[in-house]
Structure formats: structure tokens, C-alpha cells
Ligand binder design. Sequence first.
Ligand code: SF4
Ligand code: SF4
Length: 308
Amino acid sequence: MRLHKQISVILTNKCTANCDICCYSCSTKENEKLSFSEIENILNTVTQNNSISHLNISGGEPFLYLDDLYKIVEMAHKKKLTISCVTNGFWCNDHDKTYEIIHKLKQLGLDVLYTSYDMYHSKYVTADKLKLLFDVCKECHLDVQLNLMQLEQYSTFTSELFHQLGYSLYGVKIYYIPICNAGAAKDNIEPDAFHKKNVNELQCVFTNTMNVMSNGNVYPCCSNYVREIPFLCAGNIHEEDFETIYNRLKMHWPFRLVMEYGLQKLAAVIREVKPDAFREEYTDDCELCKEIWSNKENIDILYSFYKK
Ligand code: SF4
Ligand code: SF4
């Protein structure tokens, strides 16, 4: 079975924004947070046998806890991990303060900064802040990536944003990412507005990344849907030692089935018993995965298949 090469920690689900499309339903009202010592324990475990080589720090908004962020980056760098971090850029108010923060993170070992943007983020973070963030990252020679979150329908928002950001976009890696039908997006966006793919084309695009959520739940993948797929959860670090959960992940039967057989085979096994188990279209592979693992009958069918 493919092993995890990367770990993502959701430091907090607290955010400075309340985006209508937030896949983890993060907001100003949330308060979950992993402590520094919990993250230290996680990194000590995953670096013991050198299988994990990259740490991603995400949220919520990790820059709300800047002192923790500095300490985590410093510790991960000492453990020879490459490190990425996500921010919405709310803190980019003036050049000198932005420079001070980015410069320090770069010195401590941060390798790349990710930010996401779209018309929903723009209600909370102005394009001027992104512009400043990109300019300062380049000044400090820190790689920066802009994830443009997209619904099915073309929107003029992106071309207007490019116009506003102008030369500041040079050297910034840009990715178009479909908005997931999960979390706040599921509640706030019309179902027809999401991207759609035929069910027979969906494959797990597992990226070798395991995930520790801000509530302590540990998942074998970093899908935006994991909070809604409790069956994929391998344990919670507030209830058990992380090392125990980490070792269990390697034998976690639902995840092993997805990795060894793929979503299409699992859907076919379920259809043998329930021909109409699935819709014709889903937003993405993880939405189909959620449908598979959220139904007790499906789980029983797949467990019998696994036992064979
Ligand atoms: S999408 Fe990002 S910026 Fe928006 S609420 Fe969620 S974590 Fe915060
Ligand atoms: S398809 Fe399932 S196992 Fe694969 S990344 Fe998505 S949620 Fe995880």
C-alpha cells in the first residue's frame, strides 16, 4: 500500500473570515485549536522513520496564532521537513509588518505559502492585501501560490482580479481549484453551481497526505470532505496517543480498500447488491467517497468484500 509522505495539520478552525464556500466551515465563531505540544508530539512520531518529508500548516487561519506558527516552522525545519503554510492574508496591512513576518518565517524554514481567493474570500480580504503579500514574498524569495476557487460557471471575477493584481502576479504560481460540495459551500451554494463529473470517471486522487484536524481527528487523506466522512477517521489525539493512531492508519481497512481497489471497483461491488446506489454525477471523487462511506449498508457490503 502507498505510504504517507506528507502530513497536514489544521492548526485551528478559527478564521478571520466566514466564507460561504469554506469546506471545513471555519469561521470567526469557531475555537478548535491544536496545541504546540500536540503538534510537537505528532512531528516527533512521523519523523521517527523518515517516511514523512513535508508538513503543511493550514486552518482556519494559522496566522491568528503567529507565535505557535513560528515555533512549529522552526521545529519542523530542524526535523528536516519541507514546510508549507496557508493564509488568507488578512494580516497584510502594511509593508514593514508584512515583511517582518514573511522574512522571519522564511528564515525559520518556511518553503512555500499558499493563499486561496475568489469572490467569497474578497468579502473579507481585499485584493490590495494579496498584492502586498505577493510582493513581499518575492522580496523575501519565498515561493507563493494562489489557488483560485472556481464554480462551474465562468465568472468575470478572475479577470478583474488579474487586472487589479497586475505585475504583482509575476512569479506567483496560479492554480484553478474546483470548489468542493462540502462544509459551508454545501449549505450556501446551489447544487447546480458546482462542477460535475460522471460517476464512472471518478478516481481517488490521493496525494500521499495524512491529515490531523483542529478537533484532533486523524484522517488518512487530506480531502476537503474528511470532516463529513467520520468512517475514514482513524482516531482522535485527545483520546489516544498519536503513535497508536498513526500505526493504526497503516491497517485502516476502509482506506486500504480505496487505495488497493479504487473508487470504481468499490462502487461496482456496492452496485452488485444495490444497483441504484449512486447518482450519475458528483462534484468530485471525494464526494463519491463520502457517499460510499456514509451509508451503513455500503459499509457492510464493503466489509464483507474486504474479509474475502
Ligand atoms: S475558506 Fe479560508 S479564509 Fe474562508 S473561512 Fe475558510 S479558512 Fe477562512
Ligand atoms: S477519494 Fe476518499 S480516500 Fe481518496 S482523497 Fe478523497 S476522501 Fe480521501
